[in-house]
Ligand binder design. Structure first.
Ligand SMILES: Nc1ncnc2c1ncn2[C@@H]1O[C@H](COP(=O)(O)OP(=O)(O)OP(=O)(O)O)[C@@H](O)[C@H]1O
Length: 237
């Protein structure tokens, strides 16, 4: 049984890609509890297992071993159909690249999600949260990279997910634009209470988090709690 007071409860999570001599042990026994509304930053060297962990938490991949619960749902051992439903109802994803549909406007890109969500917010409310209402009728190609990423965030949150999982959300953006995108993510976390887990290579971003998890070699090496969270505008790198 998972503890329903936690968003996630992971015990001994492992992930092996491939088999035999070429097997890659991407996760080697991760124990983790995540509380509702937490803002977590995931740091670690390339290949340390960050994306693997995030993908398993988000139901995009399945662990090879260990136990994982989301609230009181068991995700380890869930079927493909159950994972699809879990992702659809509970998880918003943001990746380094925005994956917007080029032939659809901002509003139409986001409306696609509300068609299949059970309790979405109004499309324009999501667009407004990311500060892009004046651009709602524009196409992705008419927007900057940072604006496209904000559309991707609006698309992720319009279904009111409990979780916002971000893999290198500022990886393709310059300094100022990256900060704006981080501000939007922090705003979602605060205003909607969405639990946020953000992978980054930028250690300065760690100061925004409630907790910082350092992954190394497929294991949690240490976890730090920030006494005071900084606003993205207070960060510098
Ligand atoms: N589909 C896959 N098949 C085989 N090996 C994989 C697969 N996905 C990841 N790996 C391996 O698992 C290990 C962990 O990868 P992962 O992408 O989780 O690391 P990461 O910390 O996110 O790295 P990066 O910062 O470079 O994105 C790496 O050695 C990687 O090569």
């Amino acid at each position: 049984m998972g503890s329903a007071s936690q968003v996630f409860s992971a015990k001994g999570l492992s992930k092996v890609y491939g088999e035999g001599e070429t097997a890659v042990h991407a996760l080697r026994g991760v124990d983790l509890e995540v509380a509702p509304g937490e803002f977590i930053v995931l740091l670690g060297a390339s290949g340390s297992g960050k994306s693997t962990l995030l993908n398993i938490l988000g139901g995009l991949d399945i662990p090879s071993g260990g136990e994982l619960h989301f609230a009181d749902h068991r995700l380890s051992g869930a079927s493909e159909a159950e994972l699809t439903r879990y992702r659809r109802e509970h998880v918003g994803f943001v990746f380094q690249f925005y994956n917007l549909i080029p032939s659809l406007t901002v509003r139409e890109n986001i409306a696609l999600v509300t068609d299949i969500a059970s309790h979405p917010m109004p499309v324009d409310e999501a667009i407004s949260m990311v500060g892009l209402l004046p651009r709602a009728d524009h196409f992705p190609a008419q927007l900057s990279g940072g604006e496209q990423q904000r559309v991707a965030i609006a698309r992720a949150i319009v279904k009111r997910p409990e979780l916002l999982l971000c893999d290198e959300p500022t990886g393709a953006l310059d300094y100022q634009t990256g900060k704006l995108v981080l501000e939007v993510i922090a705003g979602v976390n605060q205003q909607l209470g969405t639990t946020a887990i953000v992978i980054t290579h930028n250690a300065a971003i760690a100061a925004m988090a409630d907790r910082v998890i350092y992954l190394g070699d497929g294991l949690i090496q240490r976890i730090e709690r920030n006494a005071r969270k900084l606003k993205p505008s207070e960060l510098s790198w």
